[in-house]
Write a protein that binds this ligand. Structure first.
Ligand SMILES: CC(C)(COP(=O)(O)OP(=O)(O)OC[C@H]1O[C@@H](n2cnc3c(N)ncnc32)[C@H](O)[C@@H]1OP(=O)(O)O)[C@@H](O)C(=O)NCCC(=O)NCCS
Length: 150
């Protein structure tokens, strides 16, 4: 199949209605329910220049079809920041066309430009589809995540 032209750019503050179905699709994928106000706060942070939290979209024929959300954070191991790629989602109808890869590469570019020395992220060990892509663009650190939820 011919791969479509993909445009990667910031999702504007006036595009919440286009972002919301992808964000909800991602949360459904993880069977996640957020606390009241979490999505509002997240959306506001994406568009606040004082917040180190960012949203990029993948557009196909002008339609927002995939999203990646990431943040810069301090590290005790480096004078610069690290970049945590927190959320990546591509609409079902456009899987396998290169949007996910393009979104990850755009985060790499943004992180490098900001002086980050690392982009890192988590995935579930059984997320086979995502891991096909991840194994091509990054290294498996071998770390396990422990978590205590309050
Ligand atoms: C993981 C995900 C973001 C990948 O997005 P995508 O746009 O389908 O990924 P790409 O098209 O860039 O795939 C890159 C590679 O992975 C493989 N691949 C991934 N999905 C594929 C699919 N549905 N069909 C065929 N190949 C696929 C291909 O080998 C492809 O390599 P190629 O570009 O050399 O052909 C997408 O499947 C998704 O949103 N999944 C649900 C949410 C999720 O798992 N998010 C990540 C949580 S950590």
């Amino acid at each position: 199949m011919t791969k479509p032209a993909i445009v990667i750019r910031k999702v504007g503050a006036d595009e919440r209605a286009a972002w919301e179905p992808l964000w909800n699709g991602y949360l459904t994928f993880y069977k996640a329910t957020l606390a009241d106000g979490a999505s509002d706060a997240t959306w506001a942070r994406f568009h606040d220049d004082g917040e180190p939290m960012f949203l990029l979209g993948a557009y196909v024929d002008g339609k927002l079809t995939g999203i990646v959300q990431y943040l810069f954070h301090r590290s005790t191991w480096t004078p610069g920041d690290y970049c945590y790629l927190q959320d990546l989602f591509v609409d079902d109808s456009a899987r396998g066309l290169g949007l996910g890869r393009a979104l990850i590469e755009a985060v790499y570019a943004a992180a490098k430009e900001a002086g980050c020395s690392r982009v890192h992220w988590l995935t579930k060990t059984d997320n086979a589809q995502a891991r096909i892509l991840y194994d091509q663009v990054a290294d498996n650190s071998g770390f396990m995540q422990y978590r205590k939820v309050f």
